[in-house]
Design a protein around this ligand. Structure first.
Ligand code: CO
Ligand code: CO
Ligand code: CO
Length: 308
């Protein structure tokens, strides 16, 4: 066992031989968008992401379905599965099976198996002093999903956020594989600060984030200003807020936005300063156009995240 339950990471990793390890992960959730085909794509992209975050390549997957047969037409399920399958094809992943049950609430996701070289496994552990932090997708999908549910999001922004969530982290992972990476995770339910907290705790280092450099969807800032924050943002802030320090000069909405739970968010990559610009350049050229260097690892304050 290379990565197991003793320290929570994005996926489990089990060594098979000197040059092959197995990565396993599972993820499913209730619909976040009305269109079943796009929901299928997003759920699949989200489930595949944990394999990329471990430095691996997804190979096979199985469908997990909970479906309210009495309330919903089966054609909806067919569209969801078609969306998931198209995303798996795009990722070069073979669907090998699955399981469905009748359920009061619709749920869909995947269990995914991938491969990685045992020496190339990336975990949340390993940040070094002076490292740069790179984020590969803009934040704000939780706020915008809340606005969608409230019927307040424009069709343009719905379209934009759906495409963003359905975008695989594969291209970003392909670029990342060309560099020596110290630590990596993907930004999902705990938000940027929640997932960054997992990388920081236990290292003895701190992190400084430059708020102006953090990519946030402009509509998310606007909707958060109307108070459209998901409950998860507050839960995340309650859980990890004590680790975060910021001066009175920071807009009070910013910490909430940085705790906004993300669906199928980007990779959060920790890399030596000497390689950070080249990594960013590669990401921007390869489909992760909104990638940004958002901060760095510092000696003090220890195990805190400072917003500047
Ligand atoms: Co993850
Ligand atoms: Co995970
Ligand atoms: Co996950």
């Amino acid at each position: 066992m290379i990565v197991g339950l003793e320290r929570a990471d994005d996926a489990g990793v089990y060594k098979i031989s000197g040059d092959l390890a197995l990565i396993q992960t599972v993820d499913f959730f209730t619909p976040i968008v009305d269109d079943p085909y796009w929901f299928g794509q997003i759920a699949a992209a989200n489930a595949l992401s944990d394999i990329y975050a471990m430095g691996g390549e997804p190979k096979t997957a199985m469908n997990l379905v909970g479906f309210p047969l009495k309330q919903m037409d089966l054609s909806i399920l067919r569209r969801i599965l078609a969306g998931g399958l198209d995303k798996m094809k795009e990722a070069g992943v073979a669907l090998v099976g699955g399981h469905s049950i009748e359920d009061g609430e619709l749920k869909y996701g995947l269990s995914v198996t991938g491969f990685v070289h045992p020496k190339k496994v990336l975990t949340k552990r390993g940040m070094k002093l002076g490292d740069r932090l790179v984020l590969t997708k803009p934040l704000g999908t939780g706020v915008i999903n809340t606005a969608i549910k409230a019927g307040l999001a424009s069709t343009d922004v719905i379209d934009k956020v759906i495409r963003l969530m359905a975008t695989l982290n594969r291209d970003a992972a392909t670029v990342m594989a060309r560099f020596p990476i110290h630590a990596c995770t993907d930004v999902t339910g705990f938000g940027l600060l929640g997932h960054l907290a997992e990388m920081v705790v236990g290292t003895g280092y701190g992190v400084v984030l430059r708020v102006a450099d953090i990519p946030i969807l402009p509509e998310a800032i606007e909707y958060a200003g109307y108070g459209l924050l998901p409950a998860g943002a507050f839960k995340n802030r309650e859980f990890r807020g004590a680790l975060v320090e910021f001066s009175t000069g920071i807009d009070p909405l910013i910490p909430d936005l940085l705790f906004d739970p993300q669906t199928s968010g980007g990779l959060l990559i920790c890399i030596g300063e000497e390689n950070a610009d080249r990594l960013l350049d590669g990401l921007v050229k390869k489909n992760a156009t909104e990638s940004k260097i958002i901060g760095e690892v510092v000696a003090e304050p220890k195990e805190k995240i400072v917003l500047k």
